[in-house]
Ligand binder design. Structure first.
Ligand SMILES: CC(C)(COP(=O)(O)OP(=O)(O)OC[C@H]1O[C@@H](n2cnc3c(N)ncnc32)[C@H](O)[C@@H]1OP(=O)(O)O)[C@@H](O)C(=O)NCCC(=O)NCCS
Length: 161
């Protein structure tokens, strides 16, 4: 008998967020602020490069990145159903949810390995289950004053039929 592999996809959560660019720029410029530490060094570097290339401000790209992080948390929260979020506000590390663009400019969600493991267990996927993976899709935009993002989290299962 021939075994055929097929993939099923189940949408677990969707998140949307909007960030005020002037607010983000003000927070970054505040003396002694630690706001910039919420972004990874890769995110900061990417925002600087985008600002140089487009002759605008780093804050605009970081605002989109911030909206991206928040919409990821919202999609993750929806995926949990009634369960509590697995990390408390105090222990939550925003830089472990990175929003990074590829060479074509498309953003992607990159979770640190520990957050990827926490996410999998929070949606009840066994560590040993190699046929199930979680997939993020994200889209960002910004205007003169606002940045916004939408994220989708889905569960992809490879089935042999
Ligand atoms: C989830 C989070 C990003 C929401 O950010 P926020 O600034 O409050 O949300 P916004 O102002 O962008 O949007 C508000 C709307 O988002 C939705 N929303 C609020 N919290 C949400 C969540 N956790 N998941 C999904 N959607 C949420 C609601 O519709 C809300 O509208 P309402 O206030 O009229 O009910 C924020 O709570 C956060 O930063 N959490 C950190 C991680 C965390 O929560 N850890 C666990 C703590 S126990």
């Amino acid at each position: 008998m021939v075994s055929v592999k097929t993939t099923t996809s189940t949408l677990l959560g969707v998140g949307h967020d909007i960030a005020d660019i002037a607010d983000i720029e003000a927070q970054l410029a505040e003396p002694g602020t630690r706001f910039g530490e919420l972004f990874s060094s890769r995110e900061r570097r990417q925002a600087r490069r985008k600002a140089e290339a487009k002759a605008d401000l780093e804050g605009r790209h970081l605002a989109a990145c911030w909206a991206g992080k928040e919409c990821v948390v919202k999609a993750w929260t929806e995926a949990l159903g009634e369960a509590a979020f697995p990390l408390s506000l105090d222990e939550f590390e925003w830089k472990k949810i990175e929003i990074l663009s590829n060479s074509k400019g498309c953003p992607a969600v990159v979770l640190s390995s520990d957050y990827a493991a926490i996410l999998r267990s929070s949606v009840s996927i066994d560590v040993a289950d190699t046929s199930t993976r979680l997939e993020w899709k994200i889209s960002l935009t910004h205007s003169r004053s606002l940045a916004s993002g939408v994220a989708l989290l889905s569960r992809e299962e490879v089935l042999s039929i």
